[in-house]
Design a binder for this molecule. Structure first.
Ligand SMILES: [Mn+2]
Length: 155
């Protein structure tokens, strides 16, 4: 867990994204947010609080609000706590240039966590239910593709 890659990619004199971790007084649960990011390609950034950072995945299509939709989620660099509040425009020429807005946020509860699988209860407004992230077998070591989908509601 390190913000080295996050910091290396950004020039904080130019972007208004947070440079450092900001820890607020905790509300309930772990942070969950999805930011809509209108960069070179519109995508959605899923971020989940884990061990003092926001683990991050870029989802190229709309997030899976209903069961039966499986979305590719590409793991990206850890982001600092506090990034869940970020909305604004990353300037042209900077990493991730384009508009960022919060698409959904709330808290999540991890139910099962391994290196290649996460099952969790997401309590957002648009995403509410049990979700799974599962890592796809990498073809090359640099591959960081996961599948993200909603699990069946429990009765
Ligand atoms: Mn992004």
């Amino acid at each position: 867990m390190s913000l080295e890659e996050y910091k290396k990619k950004r020039d904080f004199k130019k972007t208004s994204e947070p440079e450092e971790t900001k820890i607020k007084k905790k509300s309930e649960g772990l942070i969950y947010v999805i930011q809509e990011h209108d960069a070179s390609h519109l995508h959605f950034d899923l971020r989940l609080e884990e061990e003092g950072v926001l683990k991050s995945w870029a989802i190229p299509k709309s997030p899976p609000q209903k069961e039966g939709i499986r979305r590719l989620a590409v793991e990206t660099e850890d982001h600092p706590l506090g990034y869940e509040d970020f909305e604004g425009t990353i300037p042209k020429g900077e990493y991730g240039a384009g508009k960022v807005k919060i698409w959904d946020r709330g808290a999540y509860l991890p139910l099962e966590t391994t290196v290649s699988k996460r099952i969790m209860q997401i309590n957002g407004k648009k995403m509410l239910g049990r979700y799974c992230l599962i890592k796809l077998k990498p073809k090359e070591p640099k591959d960081k593709n996961w599948l993200f989908f909603r699990l069946k509601d429990q009765t």
